[in-house]
Write a protein that binds this ligand. Structure first.
Ligand code: CMX
Length: 464
């Protein structure tokens, strides 16, 4: 469902930040109050849709769809964003450039924030600056980890992949799940969403704290982690805890990256996994932990790690004064080894990913980035690779996806440990997955259970 464009035009009122950070403004509706207002209308819309069109056919399923990873089958309800193969993602009807224009930046910054995007995804509305700042404060107040989760993370070997650690930390948060304990107590179905919301807020708030702790433990074990600063937004605190708080460009980049990577409709592996697990009424922490492990595969979220590994190896071979011809040769060498070119292709998109375009535009706006050999190599690879992939003739989409661009800026700013990159993707994708976990409970969506076939049964079905 999309909300009217006029609702996007919420006023952005500038206000003294410190007053916003210390108390709730009476004139500012909270995120929960805003959702509460919308829930009945959406429930009614869905009920009407089911009553009037429950038996309307909207697509067909071929044998190829079933064998081919369910590609293209219209089979999921996901309200917060829709992906067009040519145009890319829209969040409640808003394109990336529109969201960049409309969502309020963090105080002193220019880029949209995680809070603004989370609000948009959950409500279909653009929040005011005060509302996002109020949300920042609420998240900061929830950011601290239970002692046993800190101890759990600290006890893990630093050779364990950061994504494995992240999933373990997130799953352990279910110890204090409001949803799980309310379910055990026995609550009405209509109340599910409020407890799911409570858990989702804690999930989004605590995820960066877990992620920063993992980074410090593995890569900077002797340094202490900064305390949560209640005057900062979610990403401001995260960057601070990572140890990069001095670099405002880095913080701005992460704000952009985390906001624009938050949701990519429902069928992608991580979002779908979290939704599927949530449909069993597993609480949001274990549902999203499952989503994180889905993100940790190289064809999905781990691709941003793989892109950097691949580009570093290309740079070491071609040197800083590379030509387009050098890149072309390296691309062919990769393909001839039977490997995929990481960061290229997509299950749905058939054009360059607008998230890639937005990240490249960020680079173009920063002179230091444009002077970086790694950033240059990524940009020039994106000019050469589509023709090579077309000539190779396999991939349906020869253009770069978001992962082609996301790591090179982190690398330039000194976060060079690329095994960690998917963790940042995991913080971002939580915003979309959490939105769906709240709305799936608010709309009373059932447990998922598609029909599967054996090869023999499918053959029989096709022949008949
Ligand atoms: N390099 C080389 N070959 C590629 C390719 C690439 N970047 N992308 C697709 N292909 C190949 C596929 O492996 C497949 O080959 P086979 O027929 O031998 O199996 C063929 O082209 C057709 O694939 P497709 O229909 O175009 O793509 P899929 O929907 O099956 O897969 C994706 C999509 C993203 C997994 C695939 O393009 C890929 O592996 N890309 C590289 C990894 C990557 O960047 N993943 C991140 C995607 C974004 C995200 O989820 O974060």
């Amino acid at each position: 469902m999309m909300f009217g464009r006029s609702r996007f035009l919420a006023k952005s009122v500038s206000r003294n930040i410190s007053s916003v950070n210390t108390r709730r403004l009476a004139s500012t509706k909270s995120l929960k109050e805003t959702i509460q207002e919308i829930v009945p209308a959406k429930q009614e819309q869905l009920k009407k849709l089911k009553a009037e069109h429950g038996q309307t056919v909207v697509g067909q399923v071929t044998v190829e769809n079933i064998i081919g990873g369910m590609r293209g089958i219209k089979a999921m309800l996901w309200d917060s964003s829709v992906l067009d193969p040519m145009e890319g993602i829209r969040f409640h009807g808003m394109s990336i450039p529109e969201a960049q224009k409309a969502l309020p930046p963090a105080p002193g910054g220019k880029e949209m924030t995680a809070e603004g995007m989370f609000w948009l995804l959950l409500t279909g509305q653009v929040p005011t600056a005060e509302q996002t700042q109020q949300l920042s404060l609420e998240l900061a107040e929830r950011a601290e980890l239970p002692k046993f989760v800190e101890e759990l993370i600290d006890s893990l070997p630093n050779t364990l992949h950061p994504m494995t650690q992240l999933g373990m930390g997130v799953a352990a948060l279910n110890h204090d799940s409001a949803f799980q304990s309310a379910y055990e107590r026995g609550i009405k179905k209509t109340e599910y969403w409020t407890y799911a919301y409570e858990d989702c807020m804690n999930l989004v708030a605590k995820l960066p704290t877990i992620a920063a702790r993992i980074y410090r433990n593995i890569y900077q074990p002797k340094k202490s982690i900064a305390a949560i600063d209640k005057s900062k937004d979610l990403v401001g605190n995260y960057v601070n805890q990572l140890g990069f708080g001095h670099n405002e460009n880095f913080t701005e980049y992460l704000r952009l990256y985390i906001a624009l990577h938050a949701d990519h409709e429902g069928g992608n592996a991580s979002a779908h996994t979290a939704h599927l697990v949530g449909s069993t009424l597993a609480d949001p922490f274990i549902s999203y932990a499952a989503g994180l492990y889905s993100l940790a595969g190289p064809l999905h979220g781990l691709a941003n790690q793989e892109v950097l590994r691949w580009q570093i190896s290309m740079l070491s071979e071609v040197g800083n004064n590379f030509s387009k011809d050098d890149i072309k040769k390296y691309l062919w060498a990769t393909l001839n080894k039977g490997q995929v070119v990481p960061g290229y292709g997509h299950g749905v998109l058939r054009n360059p990913d607008p998230r890639f375009v937005a990240l490249q535009a960020f680079c173009k706006g920063h002179e230091d980035l444009m002077a970086s050999p790694m950033v240059k190599l990524v940009a020039e690879t994106a000019e050469v690779a589509p023709d090579v992939l077309k000539e190779h003739g396999k991939t349906k989409n020869p253009f770069p996806n978001v992962d082609a661009a996301s790591g090179c800026v982190l690398y330039h700013y000194g976060l060079t440990q690329f095994k960690y990159y998917t963790v940042i993707f995991g913080i971002s994708r939580a915003l979309g997955a959490a939105t769906q976990l709240v709305w799936a409970r608010a709309l009373g969506l059932p447990i998922e259970r598609p029909k599967s076939f054996s090869i023999d049964a499918l053959e029989k079905l096709a022949k008949n």
